[in-house]
Design a protein around this ligand. Structure first.
Ligand code: DON
Length: 309
């Protein structure tokens, strides 16, 4: 097996040298300000080591990667009841598409498209004020990252709110079909804020440990979720984590992964590693160009595909 530290170092060098980086998200104006020439990678391994390279300590907006953490919390709160509110099939549509919602009577296809994540946030809101739910989400992220400096970027949250016309449409649509139970502005307020959580690659790789290691934090006597639940969240990440680019990501990388329009990707090599990559340039589906490429190289070099070596 090749040496992981040299593979990671080499990948960072190759990515830094590339010119083709896609485009930084511009529909959230605050994200458009992030310089494109950045690349970071962090790999947390079974023996408790974190190998980092490039801009691995720079905090970035985790955006849709936060949907993995809200899904984990909602499953913890209502269990399989969640699937009465949101499906678990790939959508084959862009993350902010509204077309399927009308055909399917306001029930989102999966928890990772925007509509699905807003519905998951609504489940977390039952019986709570928005700021309590936001506190719960942030505390969970800090707990799994083992880092209290994980924070919310209020500028990004405000920017999202000001330009969130499509998300507002999705939420209103679901409210009309009674899929949302709480006020639309509560669900959207919490959603915009959890998308605005910032983490570095190092923090994100730490936060993904429970998914890579059967619901547990390796080396610690801590169970975050059951192994069955971790397996199922990983299945959803594999099939839906990259929206209408999920099939291509599975083909190229072969690992469960969740992307965000901040340019981050959390990927999971079950039993082997929790991996975070970040580079702000995106492909047309909203997935990091260099992040996907880096994971493709890493999974190939380490033979970490879930489909076999
Ligand atoms: O609601 C939005 O559009 C963003 N807060 C999150 C979208 C996102 O990250 C899609 N992922 N690639």
């Amino acid at each position: 097996m090749p040496n992981l530290a040299s593979v990671v170092g080499e990948i960072a060098q190759r990515m830094t040298a590339r010119d083709e980086r896609g485009k930084v998200a511009s529909y959230i104006p605050e994200l458009a300000k992030v310089p494109i020439d950045q690349f970071g990678i962090a790999v947390f391994t079974a023996d408790g080591e974190t190998i980092v390279a490039g801009d691995a300590e720079v905090p970035f907006s985790i955006q849709s990667i936060s949907k993995v953490f809200t899904l984990t919390l909602a499953l913890g709160k209502v269990g399989d009841q969640l699937w009465t509110r949101v499906g678990r099939e790939p959508s084959g549509n862009p993350f902010n598409s509204i077309v399927q919602l009308e055909y399917e009577k306001g029930k989102p296809r999966n928890p990772f498209i925007n509509a699905g994540a807003i519905a998951v946030t609504d489940v977390l809101l039952a019986g709570h004020e928005p700021r309590e739910v936001l506190g719960e989400i942030l505390r969970f992220c800090r707990f799994v990252a083992e880092d209290d400096s994980v924070a919310i970027d209020e500028h990004v949250a405000r920017s999202e709110k000001q330009t969130g016309f499509l998300n507002t449409a999705l939420a209103n649509y679901m409210k009309a079909f009674k899929v949302l139970e709480n006020p639309v502005d509560h669900a959207l307020g919490v959603y915009f804020h959890h998308c605005s959580i910032t983490m570095s690659c190092r923090q994100l790789a730490m936060a993904g440990r429970y998914l890579a290691f059967s619901g547990r934090l390796p080396g610690k006597d801590v169970s975050v979720i059951s192994s069955e639940r971790a397996r199922r969240i990983n299945a959803l990440m594999l099939t839906c984590g990259h929206y209408d680019g999920s099939g291509d990501f599975a083909f190229r990388v072969g690992l469960p992964g969740k992307s965000g329009v901040g340019g981050g990707i959390l990927a999971v090599a079950p039993g082997e590693a929790s991996i975070a990559v970040w580079s702000p340039g995106l492909d047309p589906h909203g997935n990091s160009v260099l992040g996907s490429l880096a994971l493709e190289h890493l999974a190939k070099a380490m033979r970490w595909s879930v489909f076999g070596d």
